[in-house]
Design a protein around this ligand. Structure first.
Ligand code: HEM
Length: 159
C-alpha cells in the first residue's frame, strides 16, 4: 500500500552500481573529500613551518585525491548511464557539473606540483588548494542533498 504521507515514486531511484546494495560511488567519494582537505592542511603547514616534508605530502595527497576523484566520477557517471530513474533527475546533472569543476581544480593542483615541484606550493598551490577545498565542499554537500533530500540512490520499499 502507498503511504498517504509520502508521494508515490513512479520511477526507480535505486543505485545500480552497488556491492550488496551499498552504492560504490558513496563508498569512493570519501577519499577525494579527505585527500583534498589534507592537501589544504599540508599546504598550510608548509606555509607556517617551511618544512619541505609538508610540500611533498601535498604532492601525494593532491595526486591520490585527483585519481580517486576520477574513480568517483566514473562510478557516478555509471549511475547516470545505467539508471534511467537517476538520469532523468536534473539535480544529478547539477551535481555532475560541480564534480567536473572540482576535478579540473584538483587535477590542475596536482599537475602544477608535478611540473614545478616544491616551489609550486606557494602561492599558487595554496591558492588551488583553497579553491579545491571549496569545490569539494560544494560537490560533497550537493551529493549529500541528492541522497538525503531527493532520495537518489536509495532503496525504499513502498507500503
Ligand atoms: C560525473 C560525476 C558524478 C556523478 C554523475 C555523480 C552522481 C551521484 C549520484 C547519482 C549520487 C547518489 C548516490 C548514488 O546513486 O550513488 C551521488 C552522491 C554523492 N556524490 Fe556524486 N557524482 C559525481 C562525482 C562526484 C565526486 C567527484 C564527488 C566528490 C566529492 C561526489 C560526491 C558525492 C557525495 C558526497 C554523495 C552523497 C553520498 C552519501 O553520503 O550518501 N560525486 N553522486
Amino acid at each position: 500500500m502507498v503511504s498517504p504521507l509520502r508521494p508515490r515514486r513512479d520511477y526507480e531511484l535505486k543505485s545500480v552500481v552497488a556491492v550488496a546494495g551499498h552504492p560504490v560511488h558513496v563508498m569512493l567519494v570519501n577519499f577525494p573529500i579527505a585527500l583534498t582537505s589534507a592537501t589544504l592542511g599540508s599546504d598550510l603547514f608548509y606555509w607556517w613551518s617551511g618544512d619541505a616534508f609538508f610540500a611533498r605530502t601535498a604532492l601525494w595527497t593532491s595526486g591520490w585525491g585527483f585519481a580517486l576523484g576520477v574513480a568517483s566520477a566514473v562510478s557516478g557517471s555509471a549511475e547516470l548511464i545505467l539508471a534511467p530513474g537517476i538520469r532523468r533527475r536534473p539535480e544529478v546533472w547539477s551535481h555532475a557539473i560541480a564534480a567536473m569543476m572540482l576535478l579540473a581544480v584538483i587535477g590542475a593542483n596536482w599537475a602544477l606540483r608535478l611540473v614545478y615541484g616544491i616551489e609550486a606550493a606557494l602561492p599558487w598551490g595554496l591558492f588551488l588548494s583553497f579553491l579545491g577545498f571549496g569545490a569539494v565542499g560544494l560537490a560533497g554537500w550537493h551529493g549529500g542533498k541528492l541522497v538525503f533530500e531527493h532520495q537518489i540512490g536509495m532503496e525504499i520499499e513502498e507500503r
